[in-house]
Design a protein around this ligand. Structure first.
Ligand SMILES: Nc1ncnc2c1ncn2[C@@H]1O[C@H](COP(=O)(O)OP(=O)(O)O)[C@@H](O)[C@H]1O
Ligand SMILES: Cc1ncc(COP(=O)(O)O)c(N)n1
Length: 589
């Protein structure tokens, strides 16, 4: 009698990886466990082979007796109810037969087969005489995830040279076997890398991403298939599961090199997304404004606030004070400060300004690789933001002390509304669903703060609060050397490089300089705090699209009726097996 590894109705699926090892942690069971964890599952691993390998390649493979493999498998299935099984390196025909026999006795509702044959390093991970056994084994899967070379072996076709050829090969094989295929174009040339779910009924769900120029791709196939198994195991549709797995892996590949593991083909950073989201949930960055002294007599009193995390790191190192000062980034402003107070504000906000420029969102926006869905979400929020920002600017106009100031803020307010109308007329007009969006918590928090500050605090505080929206946008726009005509977001980026916008930023800087010079020391300190909080809101606003998770799926079903994957090698029928694949095919439509 088996029992589930956690409480009923938990949305944490139990996922078993059956694969070989990699002692450097980038591929095989290690990569699988990290990927399952990252994708929200409870990971388990049964080892098929011990592989002495590193980021340069495979040195040796040790195959333990298959009797022991069978004992490992039954030790798991006698005790734990599985939501998904993923197989990776099986190595030999004997291993394939042992795993197949166990699957016959313990059919999982989701079986993802990564038909590992040859590693990125070129080393063989499947004996040549076992290839046909692997081909037959793939027929029992819910979905297989071959690379282009493995797809050729699977389908008995020459290696595909284009994506269309690969999709045709997969389509024919899927229709014949009833097993879905994820076609991966990582091994083809091209700026884009697309993962396409090809279903037996002809369904095609393409999930594109951009190619990362990196050598840190060791274990990408293992990681994709494990993440996919986990998301399917928690009840996601094929589209949701593949979209999540592809996006998560893209981020992991993007940040793999920074891990500096090994000197060959390094691993991906499986935990990057978790760490990023964990950092986003921490309150510490919002407390940076605590470093502003209670009164500001002179601009130099506003020393750059220190990142509390960086502070902690420093106390553990033997860095000299000079090193410490250098860790606060200094970013050259695209629009220069107009006096000592705005210069001091710039330095105080430098850390957040640097973080905005370095964020994945801004980087992808600038290089054009940002997905259209993320951009649309961002612009829809921007339209909502601009509407309330315009009201905050109008409040400053109403409270102005001079005709010049009143004119400046009135015009800025009109400009913000005109911009909002432009977004509705252009990008959002062709995407009606974006016009129906309501303000996100991040957008509301920012605009509530701006309205409360401009209406309820001293005027200098309100003026400082609205400044980052001018200044930091110009910073993003000014950091882009040249926007090519075919850049998907050229029109947006050009707005912020427009000389008229730069003039508006200079006008806002002059207002802030004037207000701070004339304010009392305690009001100046409040204004500096408001500026820093608004800088942080800007970062959150940009990054919010990268924190969107798909809707939560239904908890995994773990009943006796759970539909198993295909029953046995070479067979393409069987009621329950058909149900599993049919369910996925229906969900994919
Ligand atoms: N250079 C890259 N840039 C972006 N994504 C990549 C890159 N290399 C691999 N991937 C992602 O990893 C997935 C699996 O990689 P691939 O090399 O096709 O698998 P395998 O490890 O099985 O050979 C790809 O489908 C793609 O999503
Ligand atoms: C145990 C094991 N399984 C799979 C791979 C393939 O990984 P790669 O993505 O480098 O081809 C590997 N190197 N080792």
């Amino acid at each position: 009698m088996t029992s589930s590894c956690h409480t009923q109705n938990s949305s944490v699926p139990c996922v078993l990886s059956i694969a070989g090892t990699d002692p450097t942690g980038g591929a095989g069971t290690a990569a699988d466990l990290k990927s399952i964890t990252a994708a929200g599952g409870y990971g388990m691993a049964v080892v098929t082979t011990l592989v002495a390998q590193n980021t340069h390649g495979v040195r040796d493979v040790h195959v333990p007796p298959t009797e022991f493999l069978a004992t490992q498998l039954t030790a798991v299935s006698d005790d734990v109810t599985l939501d998904a099984v993923k197989t990776g390196m099986l190595g030999t025909a004997d291993i394939i037969a042992t795993v197949a026999a166990w699957l016959d006795q313990n059919p999982p509702s989701i079986l993802v087969v990564d038909p590992v044959m040859i590693a990125t390093s070129g080393d063989r991970l499947l004996q040549p005489e076992a290839e046909q056994a692997m081909v037959a084994f793939c027929r029992r899967a819910t979905v297989v995830t071959p690379n282009i070379d493995e797809l050729a072996v699977l389908t008995g076709q020459p290696r595909a040279t284009t994506e269309d050829e690969a999709l045709d090969q997969a389509g024919r094989w899927s229709a014949e076997t009833g097993v879905a295929v994820v076609v991966k174009t990582g091994h083809l040339d091209g700026k884009r890398v697309t993962n396409t779910w090809v279903g037996p009924d002809g369904t095609r769900i393409a999930v594109p991403s951009t190619r990362v120029d990196t050598t840190s791709t060791h274990g990408t196939g293992c990681s994709l298939s494990s993440a996919l198994a986990t998301r399917l195991g928690r009840g996601d549709t094929p589209e949701a599961a593949l979209t999540w797995a592809t996006g998560w892996l893209h981020e992991a590949i993007l940040h793999g090199a920074a891990l500096q593991v090994g000197s060959g083909h390094g691993p991906v950073d499986h935990a990057h997304r978790s760490r990023r989201l964990q950092a986003a949930g921490a309150a510490n960055p919002w407390l940076a404004h605590d470093a502003v002294p209670p009164v500001l007599e002179a601009p130099q009193d506003l020393d750059a606030p220190r990142d509390p995390d960086a502070q902690r790191g420093r106390t553990l190192t033997t860095e000299t004070p000079a090193d410490v000062v250098q860790t606060v980034p200094s970013v050259a402003p695209a629009v220069t400060p107009v006096g000592p107070w705005t210069a001091a504000l710039w330095e105080a906000g430098a850390e957040t300004t640097a973080a905005i420029g370095a964020s994945d969102f801004v980087q992808a926006l600038v290089d054009g690789s940002l997905s259209e869905a993320d951009f649309t979400f961002y612009l829809a929020q921007d339209a909502l933001y601009l509407n309330r920002y315009a009201r905050a600017l109008a409040a400053l106009a109403a409270r102005s002390a001079s005709t010049e100031s009143q004119q400046f803020w009135s015009q800025a307010s009109t400009g913000a509304i005109t911009e909002e109308a432009d977004l509705h007329r252009t990008w959002m007009a062709t995407r009606p669903e974006s016009a129906r969006t309501t303000a996100s918590p991040v957008t509301s928090a920012y605009t509530d703060f701006l309205l409360a500050t401009t209406l309820g605090e001293d005027r200098a505080v309100g003026v400082a609060a609205v400044l980052p929206c001018f200044w930091l946008y110009a910073q993003v726009g000014g950091g882009i050397p040249d926007v090519p005509a075919d850049h998907p977001y050229a029109a947006w980026l050009d707005t912020y490089r427009d000389p008229a916008f730069v003039t508006a930023v200079q006008g806002a800087l002059e207002q802030v300089e004037l207000e701070l010079a004339g304010a009392s020391p305690s009001v100046r300190a409040a204004a500096a705090r408001a500026y820093l909080i608004a800088c942080r809101h800007e970062l959150e606003f940009f990054e919010q699209a990268t924190r969107l998770e798909p809707e939560a799926a239904a908890p995994p079903q773990r009943s006796a009726e759970a539909a198993p994957a295909r029953q046995s090698a070479g067979e393409s029928s069987g009621d329950s097996a058909d149900r599993a694949t049919a369910d996925l095919a229906v969900a994919a439509r």
